[in-house]
Design a protein around this ligand. Sequence first.
Ligand SMILES: Cc1cc2nc3c(=O)[nH]c(=O)nc-3n(C[C@H](O)[C@H](O)[C@H](O)COP(=O)(O)OP(=O)(O)OC[C@H]3O[C@@H](n4cnc5c(N)ncnc54)[C@H](O)[C@@H]3O)c2cc1C
Length: 590
Amino acid sequence: MATQPQLTPTLAALLDQLGAIARPDGAALAAALAAPITFDDVRGFVRFDDENYTRALIYRDDRLELRLHCWRPGQSTSLHGHGASACAFKILRGTATESVLGDRDRVWAPGSVVVENAPRFHQVMNAGRDPLLTLHAYSPPLPIDAPSPRSGRQIVIVGGGFAGAAVAYHLLREMNGAGRIHLVEMGPWLGRGIAYGVESEVFRLNVPASRMSIDPETPDDFVKFSGSEAAPHAFLGRALYARYVTSRLAALVKSSPAKLRLWRDEAVAITRNAVVLRGGATLPAEAVVLATGIVPRVKHASYHPRVVDAWDECALATLPMEGRLLLLGSGLSALDVLAFLDAQGFAGEVTLVSPRGLLPLPHEPEFQGTTPLAAADADRAPQAIRPLVRWVRQTIAAAVAAGLPWQRAVDSLRPHVVRLYRALPQADRASFVRHVRPYWDVFRHRAPADALGRVDDWARTGRLRRLAGRVTIDGRGDPSAVTVAIRERAGGERRERFDAVVRCVGPALDVAEATTPLLQSLIDGGLAALAASGLGIETTTDGRVVDARGEASHRIFGIGAVRRACDWETTSVPDIAKHAQQLAREIARR
Ligand SMILES: Cc1cc2nc3c(=O)[nH]c(=O)nc-3n(C[C@H](O)[C@H](O)[C@H](O)COP(=O)(O)OP(=O)(O)OC[C@H]3O[C@@H](n4cnc5c(N)ncnc54)[C@H](O)[C@@H]3O)c2cc1C
């Protein structure tokens, strides 16, 4: 048996100091760890392992524990909390990357002392190229001596936006044995993606709180979390929603026997039994869930320093507070930008240009559920785009004539949208997306009435103008203004100068624009096939990816926008939450 190394005077003094703390909370532990500690103080405890990081015990009594953790590059904990134990750790060598559930990643340099406050859930990893040594004090001691073993089932989720987080949540719940869920997310945090990756409370959900539960079996879960029982159909903040998602995930991280490990990397390839990351790691995977979401459009990107993106709240804060702004797009993201400008006290003028000049239509003042159209009636829908559009119009008009508000008439069709869309020939699906979708979207993706009220108010006072047309940005010349050419739908072209331009152009819909290295690898390897509509890859109704031979995979699944080519409307929380639960049950029961 290896003998315990002798404590150096510095370590002995540190232990005395830790032992003398009357109430050992994180801050007190951190204050003690702030004392200088050299490599020679811990050298005797350094032990690396090829498989996993190590946790060498330096000292333990009933109140206190001190450990040295040694990490080779790429090694990491899974996401975990410390229960009732206070914790602080110091970086001795190398660089530690810490992912805290709900926050952006933090990178800690040597000498940093980090306080871990309950009830946070975090993961520490060595994302650098050098070995990492960290010294950890816990009070009371943790009940674990070694990192959790790598045994059990290995499931990989690619994408850690809402869909990836929802699949992880349901898998942690459904997996009743040991196993590892590897979640690969290249962005800075987990559970947020584009939609909820904002911190400002200005940005609101466009779906009522009552429909935003991560758990289809507890529909009022978000309402209860947000304390909005008195107004369950309110449009709450997207940052609040992100906190909800991470809190629900944290509860499962705490209670599940399965482990969730976050990889801050891009998945670039999938083989028959593994997922390959850009950083070089290969993750064995018996099942892979593609939750890669939307790809933002590149149109008009990086032409000019004064052209910013609507989905980047920090870039919005760089906009001038007066003068002339051009918003490319007039959908929900453009309304978000107006809300942001309003909150910032913007005193200038705004021009909204979109190909058809359409604004989203308003939600009902009070959200009301609706009775779905009977399946027998939906079965009578034509299976070609033109007659289908006519049928949809007539069906909605008939419901409105019978006294139903148009919003509920539209919603009565929603349970049938996937089936109606799937029944279309591939060419008609593409035609729907190109020609009909912009009109469908304004009925379907509705806006809260007050957001539209702002458009009316600004238009009435001459601060907002709305044009239908196409814009070309002239990237040359003056960096303090942007010159554009606007070709109006009604005819004619004009050149104008703006102080800044905001891209509110939405996701790339065409696979030619939305192809990523991962998608390309799936197609090149024959593991996925492009849908003839040009809108993405083929999937089955239960989310299995269809390979080049037309066979549905038993191992690779898709959720959210990955299913768009075949299901179209599968990208909002109510659909994604339902699919996440179905996929998790399917994967866990094997
Ligand atoms: C601005 C905005 C507001 C919205 N508001 C609402 C709303 O109020 N209610 C509602 O129901 N829906 C809303 N939506 C719809 C939204 O699409 C869904 O709610 C949901 O957020 C989609 O999540 P997702 O995980 O599928 O996609 P995304 O949010 O796009 O997340 C995908 C994630 O995958 C990661 N990723 C992609 N490829 C890789 C790779 N190869 N390797 C590693 N990581 C990868 C990305 O970094 C990203 O974080 C909104 C959408 C937007 C854009």
